[in-house]
Design a protein around this ligand. Structure first.
Ligand SMILES: Cc1cc2nc3c(=O)[nH]c(=O)nc-3n(C[C@H](O)[C@H](O)[C@H](O)COP(=O)(O)OP(=O)(O)OC[C@H]3O[C@@H](n4cnc5c(N)ncnc54)[C@H](O)[C@@H]3O)c2cc1C
Length: 376
């Protein structure tokens, strides 16, 4: 069995299958990155809570003996033959799982790389951390540049955490959030109301149902999809998302992403599954959904008749050590539903435990991000 991509989905799948099947399965997990970084850790680095080195979970030294990890660039996928070409050779599989996530394309937004910061790539978030650290205060625009985009709550969290960071240092701030959605968390009216109330309390301006199409770095203005302009001193943007080029070239993608059976995560190619951000399964692009889908594929491979229920529980940062949980379910053909728990400081501890639990299961290591150097 070959798993492409060691992110949220690939790590969960590889761990569950090898834990359950032991020597009865030969599993190869392929990724080009140095290690795994949780999406939420990017925000932790941006706002100075953790150092970059603390949030990188290196693939070398993974302790799960059942997983054969290959550090390589995947250069071609033949889904009919279930054959994969990589910079480290060719791999063939009885079962192939594509968990390659979404690629990010900051250059697709004119002026973004010259005049602003994107905070969705690891490098971009770490660079944004320096810009935020050196920012003397002023107008901040947090904005989404195209749809779909990962973790729909992340821009709202970024606006709230920017407010906390600047005001706690006595710096002036005037924050505007530009989002394509009508409400911050569409499946949960309660979560949306709580986020909008937090914006109102802090004077954060909320501009819904719009995108930023480009920046004019000379004039320091963001150009919105409704033809209006927004001046900024610091721009924090969500870049365009694309299916990885190797997936586009494979014939697996249709209309941008890989279509799958929403109950089984099977693609139209026998023996080929896809999970997570690389699919168009109908859930938001987020780690908790990638993990849930991977868990279902793992159970099916192990031999249990599980189907995917579209449920995920996401954490939502309000700043000031206040974290909420949003429990959302997306079922094909039905209106998504969601409920809000918190925010509270107990849930901040819950979120830390969520991360530590994944690192223990996936990497066999303890992770306590406040203590530098405990991981890797
Ligand atoms: C700022 C931010 C905050 C977020 N917060 C949260 C949150 O709180 N909760 C949550 O659930 N989600 C959150 N997310 C979203 C979450 O990070 C992603 O949705 C999740 O990682 C998707 O999992 P995946 O397995 O589909 O893909 P990924 O985790 O992206 O993994 C894909 C893997 O494929 C590898 N890869 C891609 N192409 C190739 C290739 N050609 N060759 C070799 N390897 C390749 C990549 O290196 C990567 O390791 C956040 C994202 C961001 C940016």
């Amino acid at each position: 069995m070959v798993v492409l991509g060691a992110g949220f989905g690939g790590l969960e799948l590889a761990t569950t299958v090898t834990d359950e099947l032991g020597d009865d399965v030969e599993l190869t997990l392929i990724d080009r990155a140095e290690g795994f970084v949780f999406g939420f850790s990017k925000l932790d680095v941006m706002f100075g809570r953790h150092d970059p080195v603390q949030v990188l979970h290196r693939y070398d030294g993974m302790v799960n003996p059942g997983v054969r990890f290959v550090s390589a660039e995947i250069t071609a996928i033949d889904p009919s033959a279930r054959r994969v070409e990589t910079s480290a050779g060719t791999y063939e599989a009885d079962i192939l799982v594509v968990a390659l996530g979404a690629d990010l394309d900051p250059a697709a937004t004119p002026g973004l790389t010259e005049g602003g910061h994107e905070f969705y790539t690891v490098a971009g978030a770490f660079a944004a951390a320096e810009a935020i650290r050196d920012f003397p205060g002023g107008r901040v625009v947090v904005a989404v540049t195209s749809t779909p985009f990962k973790c729909p709550p992340a821009p709202s969290e970024t606006a709230l955490l920017t407010y906390e960071y600047l005001t706690s240092r006595g710096l002036p701030c005037d924050i505007t959030l530009v989002m394509p959605l009508g409400t911050p968390i569409p499946p949960s009216p309660d979560a949306s109301a709580a986020v909008l109330a937090a914006f109102a309390e802090r004077g954060i301006k909320w501009i819904p149902e719009r995108l930023v199409r480009g920046l004019d770095p000379e004039r320091k203005v963001a150009l919105l999809s409704d033809e209006t302009e927004l001046p900024y001193d610091l721009f924090l943007g969500v870049p365009a998302h694309r299916v990885p080029a190797v997936v586009a070239a494979s014939g697996l993608a249709v209309d941008g992403w890989i279509p799958v059976d929403p109950l089984t995560l099977e693609t139209s190619f026998p023996g080929v599954y896809a999970v997570g951000d690389v699919t168009s399964v109908g859930t938001p692009k987020a780690g908790v959904f990638a993990e849930g889908q991977a868990a279902v594929v793992a159970q099916r491979i192990i031999g249990h008749a599980r189907t995917y229920d579209g449920r995920g529980v996401c954490y939502l940062e309000f700043g000031g050590d206040q974290v909420a949980k949003v429990d959302v379910t997306f079922v094909a053909g039905q209106r998504p539903v969601g409920s809000l728990i918190g925010p509270s400081t107990d849930l901040a501890a819950d979120k830390t435990a969520f991360g530590a639990d994944r690192i223990r299961r996936w990497f066999g290591r303890e992770w306590s991000p406040s203590a530098a150097g405990t991981d890797g």
